[in-house]
Design a protein around this ligand. Structure first.
Ligand SMILES: [Zn+2]
Length: 608
């Protein structure tokens, strides 16, 4: 009988040279007795030892109870949640023969039979692990496929465990696929991957897939507490929680951190939160809450004081801002999901001070803070003096508190503000006022209407040249309307006399047609006088100039200046005319396309 290791009985352990390194090698192999890293020492050996994967365990137990075990398994999940550990337990469950050597496959392997022991010690010839990260090629897979052709040496089932299977080349996957389609009855494949989306669907469809969850913080903390107790180590709850949080769902990462914490001091039997906070490089977390308090109050001196203090204690300004961004996100979630406030997944500070802050702050406020912090962080990243830049960002952020929300602004303006002084000199083609829209960082920040547009008045008698032009539009006299807008400069408007300077492009009968229209509409005779006064602008040209002027005026408006001050980097992008005074209808009208854009979307809608 031949096998992968059959040349050399007793079989050598499938060492790292062939199948990749163990993810948790033991340190200091020379020192005796060797310290076993916690992740290895406390690696689960039974399904019931798996932390935080109850659904997975239930399904696997059922499969073994019903003797319906898939030929291929696919385990996916973040690093250190137990993918390969589960694979090894399955390998033992498949091959355990029980203490008396007569047992069958079982969900509760005995741990003492020859198969159990050699699998536990990673030296079973029929349980073959390969790290696809370092064996990506088709030849590596071919070695495995060849090995599947031979019966197991001492086990019931040959188990191939391929870690990080998404790293295999396309050819390697194709080679594997044939075997996976019709595996020999004595062969099982167990794949593990952190990136399931890189695994071809053809492979996935031939496997039973399990998504291993990130282990919740409280579950991790409880597990680490048990490990610490077993190691006779005193560790305070804050330290446990900090390690569990930093582990980010990974049992293995958390146990590695616990190893580090144990190795921290001369007294390896006590671990304090302070020591762990230092080890994890956590700035005193209350700092970020102090900062948020200062921003909420718009208190610049306080905010800068907090940053000074943090900086003196070695905190990195960019990191403090990053933490502030994280807190902004947490507070927004707290506001959106009230149940979160009682969740133990939240650290103590978030549950207490975070909840209080969330009650005080609004979602629009937090949304603006988020945007400005993102921008601020980018600035800090590029700054030569990160500290100074962080100061400036904080000062900017303090204005968020003072600035009214866009919704507040609109309501305030609609309720109280009178129309701003218009420039009396230039004929204003825009008597209805304009809507301002400032934009910061590409995202609309604010909308405001400095004065409300009046409803279009009935016009028994036009009181302005604009109304005369609008009249032409209302009568669907499109040509007359276009020529009046583009070719007629108004020199004097004194009903029933209109004095115009006509461009050479104006039709010869323009004055006559205008007079006829006016007489029809108003029932009286009008005098259309032609003037050589060239300085008079056509309506279209005047509008263009007015747009420029309006932009300038808008930037002078106290409200806009307040907005611009509150949102540095903001600029006036466009002036909007909520209701065109000429009441242009649906019909396309020459000249209508040189209206300013009327974008209806405002951030107010997004935020309120
Ligand atoms: Zn056994």
């Amino acid at each position: 009988m031949a096998g992968l290791f059959d040349d050399d009985p007793p079989p050598p352990p499938p060492g790292p040279s062939l199948f990749g390194d163990d993810p948790a090698p033991e340190p200091n192999p020379e020192s005796a007795p060797a310290y076993r890293v916690l992740a290895r020492k406390y690696r689960p050996t039974h399904f019931d030892d798996l932390i935080g994967q109850d659904g997975l365990v239930r399904t696997l137990r059922n499969a073994f109870a019903m003797n319906r075990i898939a030929h291929g398994f696919m385990f996916t999940g973040v690093r250190g949640v137990g993918k390969t550990t589960t694979a090894r337990i399955i390998a033992r469950a498949l091959n355990c023969i029980g203490p008396d050597g007569t047992g069958n496959a079982t969900a509760d392997p005995c741990g003492v039979c020859a198969n159990c022991r050699s699998i536990l010690e990673d030296r079973h010839p029929d349980v073959i692990e390969m790290d696809a990260a370092s064996n990506t090629g088709v030849d590596d897979v071919r070695a495995i496929i060849d090995a599947t052709q031979f019966k197991p040496m001492m086990a019931r089932t040959k188990v191939f465990i391929i870690d990080e299977v998404h790293m295999l080349s396309r050819n390697a996957f194709n080679a594997l696929l044939k075997t996976l389609e019709e595996p020999p009855p004595h062969v099982k494949f167990i794949f593990a991957t952190t990136e399931i989306r890189k695994v071809p669907i053809t492979i996935l469809s031939r496997c039973q897939r399990f998504d291993l969850k990130r282990v919740p913080i409280e579950t991790l903390a409880a597990h680490f507490a048990r490990v610490a107790a077993a190691e006779a180590i005193t560790i305070d709850p804050g330290a446990l929680e900090a390690i569990a949080r930093a582990a980010d769902g990974s049992v293995r990462d958390g146990l590695s951190l616990l190893d580090q914490a144990i190795a921290l001091g001369p007294d390896a039997t006590t671990i304090t939160s302070d020591a762990v906070a230092t080890m994890l490089g956590l700035a005193d977390r209350s700092i970020v809450f102090d900062l948020m308090d200062a921003l909420a109050a718009g208190n610049i001196a306080q905010a800068l004081g907090v940053l000074d203090h943090a900086h003196d204690n070695g905190a990195e300004p960019g990191q403090v801002m990053q933490d502030l961004l994280g807190l902004t996100h947490t507070l927004s979630r707290l506001k959106s999901i009230p149940d979160l406030a009682t969740s133990t997944a939240l650290p103590e500070l978030e549950r207490t001070r975070g909840r209080a802050l969330a009650e005080q702050l609004s979602i629009p406020w937090l949304g603006r803070l988020w945007q400005m912090l993102q921008k601020g962080l980018a600035d800090i990243d590029q700054a030569t003096d990160r500290r100074a830049c962080a100061d400036m960002v904080l000062i900017r952020l303090c204005f968020v508190a003072d600035a009214p929300t866009p919704g507040d602004l609109l309501r305030h303006l609609r309720d109280s503000a009178p129309a701003p002084a218009s420039t009396p000199s230039a004929p204003s083609p825009n008597p209805g006022g304009s809507m301002l829209r400032a934009v910061a960082n590409g995202a609309p920040i604010i909308s405001a209407a400095p004065n409300a547009p009046p409803a279009p008045a009935p016009r028994p008698m036009p009181t302005s040249f604009e109304q005369v032009v609008a009249l032409a539009h209302d009568r669907r006299d499109i040509r007359l309307h276009a020529h009046l807008r583009h070719d007629a400069g108004l020199v004097r408007f004194a009903p029933p006399i209109i004095e115009l300077n006509l461009a050479p492009s104006a039709p010869r009968d323009l004055a006559a047609r205008l007079g006829a229209m006016l007489e029809q509409e108003t029932g009286r005779r009008w005098t259309i006088a032609l003037s050589a006064e060239k300085s008079a602008l056509s309506l279209a040209a005047a509008e263009e100039q007015e747009a420029t002027n309006a932009h300038q005026r808008a930037s002078q408006h106290p409200l806009v200046q307040a907005v611009l001050a509150a949102f540095p980097g903001a600029r006036i992008e466009a002036l909007h005319r909520p209701d065109p005074p000429q009441a242009l209808g649906a019909a396309p009208v020459p000249g209508a396309d040189d209206e300013p854009p009327t974008d209806e979307s405002t951030l107010d809608q997004e935020y309120s």
